[in-house]
Design a protein around this ligand. Structure first.
Ligand code: FAD
Length: 87
């Protein structure tokens, strides 16, 4: 179906890391900017938006998995202490 895209958790669900709502709002703002930058060409707008969003959210998802490992992994809670102290 033309002219359909996803943002927020629907596009990039990840473990809780304090980023999901921020990413969802950022996605919305970036989608608006992409549409404004491509007047009359919604497909180009969505393609530009998705290419940036998927790269951005993949990096955030990798960070979220690191935080999850620090919280619940084999080295917890020492890994979480290291995370906060930079150890
Ligand atoms: C315990 C917990 C703590 C979190 N803490 C943080 C935090 O500190 N900071 C942070 O940035 N993020 C946090 N998050 C993540 C954040 O809540 C989500 O990433 C964010 O809400 C995603 O927003 P969204 O609009 O994409 O999806 P959602 O907030 O899930 O909104 C989707 C909406 O669509 C509705 N819906 C679903 N199906 C249909 C349908 N068929 N028809 C109509 N409506 C439908 C749902 O009812 C819902 O209202 C946390 C999440 C959890 C679970």
């Amino acid at each position: 179906m033309p002219g359909v895209t996803l943002i927020g958790d629907a596009a990039h669900l990840m473990p809780p890391s304090g980023e999901g709502a921020n990413l969802a709002m950022f996605d919305g703002a970036e989608l608006g900017k992409a549409i404004a930058a491509n007047p009359g060409d919604l497909e180009a707008a969505l393609a530009a938006h998705e290419s940036a969003m998927f790269a951005r959210s993949a990096a955030e998802a990798a960070d979220a998995h690191e935080i999850l490992e620090a919280c619940l992994g084999d080295r917890a809670p020492f890994s979480l202490i290291d995370f906060f102290t930079g150890g």
